[in-house]
Design a binder for this molecule. Sequence first.
Ligand code: NDP
Length: 300
Amino acid sequence: MSAEIIDGKAFAAKVRAKVASHVARLKADHDIQPGLAVVLVGEDPASQVYVRSKGKMTVEVGMNSYEHKLAADTPEADVLALIERLNNDADVHGILVQLPLPDHMNEDLVVNAVDPAKDVDGFSISNVGLLATGQKTMVPCTPLGCLMMLREHHGSLSGLDAVVIGRSNIVGKPMAALLLGDSCTVTIAHSRTKDLPDVVRRADIVVAAVGRAEMVLGDWIKPGATVIDVGINRIDAPERGEGKTRLVGDVDFDSAVDVAGAITPVPGGVGPMTIACLLANTVTACSRANGLKEPEGLTV
Ligand code: NDP
């Protein structure tokens, strides 16, 4: 049996199209244009690439994109002052602080300075608390994208056994909270989990968010299970030529695809959904800020 490949790239394009049509309606009916501000401190090359691509997609769906690029040695107080300005700017509906921040900054302090209503990453303590208690919130983009794909594939997730491998604040924990919210029986595994293969073998849904290339093997997967691979790992690819590399997930795709019922590829699975969900969160935040109906299917 070969698993159905869950095409995150195609699904993300559909999400962006939904966002774009809601943005067009906000403009036509209410003369409102949603805006997303991204704050980048320092010159981390990967962060620069992410910020560029976020800005480009923000504009493509018809929203305003505001990029604030600050030098790596910018004092923390200046970043906090910028966030305060953006919090009070009625044209800005979403604020994203690109992580990681330089070492001299207190990441928790900066992230929590963002107005929770504009915190489109969903990382602030109050949004984390709302998610944990099953209330309306801003859901972190990567787990939101995973949940959207799971709902699309399964319809109802109620009663399914789910294992989330990884307990980070940005992926593992919010993912587990969302699956619990959809009435899965959830296990959170991590580096101290005993007999991880056995734990994974019980799951109808496996979400791998570990950061270890191809760690989850096909014979860990229950036949027919749905596998969501969040991992992005760059490995050497000598078969492509000297010095070449390629991206792989946390799941050994080649062995898992023969056992799983459905699986997300890397690249082209969770990754594209993350940016689509950032745009979805921004249009949701804009609708809420203006007391308007939220777009359907773009949040939980
Ligand atoms: P973190 O490093 O913050 O967390 C990794 C988690 O994996 C930890 O909870 C850790 O356990 C657990 N872990 C590590 N080794 C093992 C092991 N051998 N067995 C079981 N669990 C283990 O990573 P993130 O959550 O930030 O990211 C995870 C992956 O997802 C990375 O590859 C990252 O690049 C990718 N990612 C992809 C995104 C996308 O858009 N597709 C977005 C965000 C992340 P412990 O807590 O015990 O140390």
